[in-house]
Design a protein around this ligand. Structure first.
Ligand code: SF4
Ligand code: SF4
Length: 442
């Protein structure tokens, strides 16, 4: 429910989902998920080059050991999430929906850390040493895009950063992992914010939080007061969590078409990501676990779980008491921007914010009709695109026309398809247009 006690900001466009369905888990404290019988760890968990595997079947590994090394600057190492034996290096179902190379580990139950993981004193460390700790720990964006954090913290010299924004919006329905983290791990998050401020050379940071999380707004405001961290209450408006919309809402600055936040002097990090930065720098702890929301009306006991990377989704459902009926739809992430999965065999990866299960009552058959030129898709598009123009262009295979209509600027938020009275699959068509534009250039 939207609170009126704040003078909240927002951006132009977008929509107000009729219900955010966060009540399933927003009061549920984070629980630690036990170790499963096998961990399936994908080599590709971030934007950029997949990591290069360093282990083979039969190898013994320790918790936190590097099992795959980065394949370039825009890449990250992958670590074992517990100690055990490598059962296989093989193709498995990736949480993004396709098969992908994974290291499968059978835990030995000892959960024994690898030797040599050490933190540094950030007061004495150089900026490069702090960034090396962050990249070595495999820290990436936890809000969905999974962009390597050290890359975002290394803008070119000609890009002067004067704003550091924290994304605590979590505008997708059902998801509450960031909400609980802001409430329960406030100090860890604030510490990560201080470290990133030091790296960026900025004095102040600002956390954007939607007003349906008043407890998180109040707690972060109180704790942040003495630490140069402000909180901006934001109206409920989807997709406020997309970083360019957040920048618009908080600063009024507009990232140019094809540009990046650094082009307008801004760096944005997810609240969970900065908490992982604190672990990486202070303790040398790799990014091997994260908070995940498991929710949906057919989940017997929806939860927020602290989960090891590689834990199969079927195991998470067991921790939630199972399902009340067969799942007709499985979603990785949120219902608006997440992806559908064919089964619960896929594991949790670094970008997994939620696993949602829907029964037949929540999944309606939709009949696609003709475009009636109502303009609703245009009025909700937060990027001010003409979804119907891109749809029409790609339907006739006019790739250049789709590019001229700025298909590549689409953030795939799903607002256009959500409001379309004819149920036209606009986002799928725009995704297809982006692929066709990319293929035409390569
Ligand atoms: S065109 Fe893209 S950015 Fe615009 S509403 Fe549709 S999905 Fe969102
Ligand atoms: S919302 Fe649907 S019907 Fe209306 S203009 Fe857009 S594509 Fe056409």
């Amino acid at each position: 429910m939207e609170s009126t006690k704040y003078d909240a900001k927002s951006f132009k466009g977008g929509l107000h989902p009729p219900d955010d369905f966060k009540h399933f888990t927003d009061k549920k404290a984070i629980e630690v998920c036990p170790l499963p019988e096998e961990l399936i760890i994908p080599l590709s968990q971030h934007i950029g080059a997949p990591a290069k595997c360093l282990v083979k079947k039969g190898d013994e590994v320790k918790k936190g050991q590097v099992i795959a090394e980065p394949a370039g600057f825009v890449s990250l190492p992958i670590h074992a999430s517990t100690s055990g034996t490598v059962k296989a290096v093989e193709m498995r179902l990736h949480p993004y929906g396709t098969d992908s190379m994974c290291v499968v580990i059978e835990p030995d139950g000892n959960d024994e850390w690898v030797d040599g993981l050490e933190g540094i004193d950030p007061e004495k460390a150089t900026i490069d040493e702090i960034k090396a700790k962050i990249s070595g720990a495999g820290v990436c964006g936890m809000g969905g895009a999974a962009f390597p954090t050290h890359v975002k913290l290394s803008p070119p010299d000609d890009k002067k950063i004067d704003k550091f924004l924290l994304n605590g919006v979590e505008c997708e329905p059902f998801l509450t992992a960031d909400h609980r983290l802001m409430l329960e791990q406030t100090d860890r998050m604030m510490d990560g914010i201080q470290l990133v401020k030091k790296v960026l050379g900025v004095d102040e940071a600002c956390i954007g939080i939607e007003v349906n999380k008043p407890d998180a707004i109040d707690k972060c405001t109180e704790v942040g007061k003495s630490q140069g961290v402000k909180v901006t209450p934001l109206k409920l408006q989807y997709p406020q969590g997309c970083e360019k919309r957040l920048i618009d809402a908080e600063t009024g600055r507009e990232v140019p078409s094809g540009g990046l936040p650094m082009d307008v002097g801004v760096v944005v990090q997810n609240v969970g990501t900065v908490a992982a930065v604190s672990d990486a720098v202070r303790e040398g702890k790799p990014f091997i676990e994260r908070v995940v929301t498991i929710s949906g009306a057919i989940v017997k006991e929806p939860k927020n779980l602290l989960v090891r990377i590689g834990t199969p989704m079927s195991f998470l459902i067991e921790q939630c008491g199972g399902l009340t009926e067969e799942a007709v739809k499985i979603i990785h992430g949120g219902p608006m921007m997440g992806n559908a999965l064919p089964s619960l065999d896929a594991p949790v990866c670094r970008g997994t914010s939620g696993v949602l299960l829907f029964g037949k009552d929540m999944v309606r058959e939709t009949k696609i009709g003709p475009c009636i030129r109502c303009g609703r898709c245009v009025s909700v598009c937060p990027v001010r695109l003409m979804p119907t123009t891109i749809y029409s262009a790609i339907s006739y295979n006019e790739v250049e026309a789709a590019e001229e209509a700025c298909a590549n600027d689409c953030v795939e938020c799903g607002c256009c398809g959500f409001v379309c009275p004819s149920n036209i699959p606009l986002v799928q068509a725009i995704r297809q247009a982006k692929n066709a534009i990319w293929a035409a250039k390569s």
